[in-house]
Design a protein around this ligand. Sequence first.
Ligand SMILES: [Zn+2]
Ligand SMILES: [Zn+2]
Length: 356
Amino acid sequence: MSKPIEFKGYALTDPTKWTDLKVIEFQPKTFQADDVELTITHCGVCGSDVHTLTQGWGDAKLPLVAGHEIVGLVTRVGDNVKEFKPGDRVGVGAQIGSCLSCRACKDGYENYCLQAISTYNAEYPDGVVTQGGYSTAIRAHQQFVFPIPKEIDSVHAASMLCAGLTVYSPLKTHGCGPGKKVGIVGIGGLGHYAVLWAKAMGAEVYAFTHDDSKVDDIKKMGADHIVNTQKKEFWKDYPQTFDILLSTRDVMGDKMPLGDFLSMLYVHGRFITVGLPDSDDPLPSLHAFDFTSNGCLVGGGHIGSKQECLEMLELARSKGIKPWVEEMPMHDVGKALQNVHDNKVRYRYVLTQDLA
Ligand SMILES: [Zn+2]
Ligand SMILES: [Zn+2]
């Protein structure tokens, strides 16, 4: 018998020093028959981690280990688990639990379950606080564990499990495919995945960015067109054009011309937002007129289901899609977080294990 897993991680202990994480030991989820335990090898750094650690979405439960783009190796499975065995390479994303019995869960929309449990900064019914992937190990119900195809490297798979899935799910749901014009708004971690997936799904892809320094990268990612949102009234060049506009912006501010974005949608086109700004940063207000010229719809998304995650991994495997990521040792997490906060990341950081 190998020695028991130690659960240690880089935790926020003082919200005023949100990039200065301290190594702590923590109590994992109470192990149950449907659970899978894994030792973590890789964890991506998500914008959600920054919003949570800076308290932008409210007070965090301290001490808190963030990180929800996790890949590792299975060390233990419960009696009900048939899909996985010790040694398998698997992943865990931003969600780690749901009721599994409500209408949404039964319909394969467990990511919309009203009792969904987030991978960190949430609480299990028995009071154990969930801790994320900037750590040595994690336990998860098997529904929230994903097998990683052998053709996809762990460093590439990690950030697919939140960033990748969060944009794959709405692209799939809203009909991205051949013959569709799809605009991706904001080309960061999520947006770069959206360009890669939408292109692989066969759509004509337009990337919206205000950042000229990203133009060469975006072309290499495969976007067919690049729209510079610094150009005055750029929306006037694309009346009734897009079937889907997928926004990954996580800052709205006063300058987001939402009504003008809607004017670029084709008839019954959909503006879908997956970026989640801070609590005090609402969507800009709209007028009923904004919906009448094209009958457009506005919506959102929340991560994705296991079924969608498996489809996404198969798309990446079959088409050989690799995300644009930079590796860092896990102890550099503070630097990675600061760069994500400052918009300096190209296009995702993936931390490699150095505690275990
Ligand atoms: Zn995330
Ligand atoms: Zn449910």
